[in-house]
Write a protein that binds this ligand. Structure first.
Ligand code: ADP
Ligand code: MG
Length: 506
């Protein structure tokens, strides 16, 4: 399976460079056609899995879905396998509708996803290929279980105005569920503005950029959802990932329907393309996107684009495209602050109607700093475990349940770094961290450094002692309890230590 996907990727990537060559009609080459459809299905599955991972977050994905494999595809049914009954039941209970919706969005013929306990291996055995994702049943009989129609879940209004080629909008990603704070308020305001008045001068294109999991996709969906809920004349909104844009484009070339593809794209009022950095190195797709972009903007239509970097930093995209991308409004989603992470966690916990002690929220906000998706995933995992075992969430259970993630997030601050920062902060010599001097002016900072070393590293007390001029472990122990006391007694001192900790952690 893994190696199959590898091949598939190479094959698709290579195709991007071949757009000037005629591609033989499928019906002409039976064998190739057969292979083609199998490849398509594997690609679809690959995308379903990737999107699933994106949507549920790495943590949840690793916990419940990592071992999911494609079993077979038969007519309008897909079977996926999980290795144990426990995992199967969990996935049926929690992800059946999502799997269904994702499959449907990749392949509109799929009506059911059957989740079963099963072995490894893929059987995709269509005998004859037809254009446009079509394939014939391979004759396997499959029992029906745990299916939810994607159409029952999605917002019918959002569906009504969705062009056929676009991906469905996730109704969880509304403006209302987006928590606004300093790092994202500008991007949020721009997105709101575009949703209220698309194609306003100065806001077209809207270019959202920022690191992974900071809310770009969320804001794009929110724009689409908002627009689809408007009472005024219906607006055609198309949202798709840049990757999907490329696959659609390639598929259009293969099936000799590029004109149709272009027309479809150019008929929308708002085009949103997510993760544009994917087009780096895909010159033909970039070219096509550039033309679409120009045609739409010239016709007064709104474009919203996201990427992981600003237009000027997206080297690898054609200059003229970068220039045009930077012509409207460019809004940056900055890394989250501690305060924003707390607000997000509070909002998500209350949405999930879960009792999560503030201490646990603070702990998570301290530990998982890079990515809201992961923060959210960790919280979901905590809640899932608490529900599963009927136990309240505590700091201890959090550390246990999230053991693997927390380990990965250990920032590996070194004792040397701590000593350096602390010495700088109190303006003492670094050498005094290990010297024998006992004057309060050096002894106190030294104690703080020991305290932070205990808190932020996994070093033992004797190890820490050795780094501070070969001091005994009892000295370190004493420093830790003294600093703990002082933090409780002296707010100013407490704030300084907290500040240092944050600097070291970031
Ligand atoms: P990106 O596209 O920037 O990688 P996403 O938009 O997919 O990130 O966000 C990842 C997850 O984090 C989503 O589940 C999203 O709802 C959530 N998220 C990100 N930022 C916020 C926020 N400010 N408020 C609420 N949820 C957020
Ligand atoms: Mg995204």
């Amino acid at each position: 399976m893994e190696s199959n996907q590898g091949n598939t990727k190479t094959k698709m990537a290579a195709l991007d460079g071949f757009t000037t060559h005629p591609i033989p009609a499928r019906s002409a080459v039976e064998q190739a056609a057969h292979e083609d459809v199998a490849v398509q299905l594997l690609e679809q599955w690959n995308r379903v899995r990737n999107r699933l991972q994106q949507e549920v977050g790495d943590v949840e994905y690793r916990t419940w879905l990592r071992q999911i494999t494609l079993g077979s595809v038969d007519g309008d049914e897909v079977t996926v396998h999980l290795p144990t009954r426990f995992l199967r039941d969990w996935v049926r209970g929690h992800y059946a509708d999502k799997l269904n919706a994702l499959w449907q969005s990749e392949n509109k013929r799929i009506r059911r996803v059957d989740i079963r306990v099963g072995g490894i291996g893929v059987s995709v055995a269509p005998s004859v290929a037809e254009p446009d994702d079509a394939f014939r049943p391979d004759g396997t009989v499959i029992e029906v279980a745990a299916t939810v129609k994607a159409s029952e879940r999605s917002d019918p209004r959002a569906e009504a105005s969705r062009p056929e080629m676009a991906a469905p909008l996730d109704t969880r990603f509304e403006f209302d569920s987006f928590v606004v704070g300093k790092p994202n308020e500008f991007a949020y305001a721009c997105a709101r503005r575009v949703a209220e008045r698309p194609s306003s001068p100065g806001f077209n294109p809207l270019f959202l950029y920022g690191g992974v999991g900071l809310g770009k996709t969320h804001l794009m969906h929110a724009i689409g959802i908002e627009l689809s809920r408007r009472d005024t004349a219906p607006i055609q909104v198309a949202y798709m990932s840049a990757e999907k844009f490329m696959y659609r484009f390639i598929a259009a070339i293969r099936s000799q329907s590029t004109m149709e593809f272009k027309e479809q794209l150019r008929s929308v009022d708002v085009l949103m393309v997510d993760d544009l950095q994917f087009l780096i190195g895909k010159d033909n797709t970039q070219e096509e996107f550039f033309h679409t972009f120009n045609a739409l903007v010239d016709a007064g239509k709104q474009i919203v684009v996201s990427a992981d970097k600003s237009p000027s930093d997206l080297s690898g995209l054609e200059d003229r495209l970068r220039t045009r991308l930077g012509c409207g409004m460019v809004a940056d989603l900055h890394a989250t602050t501690f305060e924003l992470r707390i607000s997000i966690l509070e909002a998500k916990a209350s949405r999930a109607e879960a009792e999560v002690p503030p201490k646990v929220l603070e702990f998570l906000a301290h530990k998982i700093t890079s990515n809201v998706r992961e923060l959210e995933g960790s919280l979901n995992r905590l809640i899932a475990h608490a529900n599963l075992f009927g136990r309240p969430i505590t700091l201890e259970s959090t550390q246990e349940v999230l053991h693997d993630i927390l380990k990965a997030h250990d920032r590996r601050v070194t004792i040397e770094e701590i000593q350096k920062r602390v010495a700088e902060h109190w303006n003492i010599r670094l050498a005094d961290m290990s010297s024998a001097r006992r004057a309060r002016a050096v002894a106190r900072p030294r104690q703080v450094a020991m305290y932070l070393a205990k808190q932020l590293t996994s070093r033992s007390l004797p190890e820490i002692g050795r780094k501070f001029g070969n001091r005994d472990h009892t000295t370190v122990m004493h420093a830790v309890s003294r600093v703990t006391e002082l933090i409780a007694q002296d707010a100013d001192f407490g704030e300084r230590v907290e500040l240092l900790r944050r600097m070291l952690e970031s």
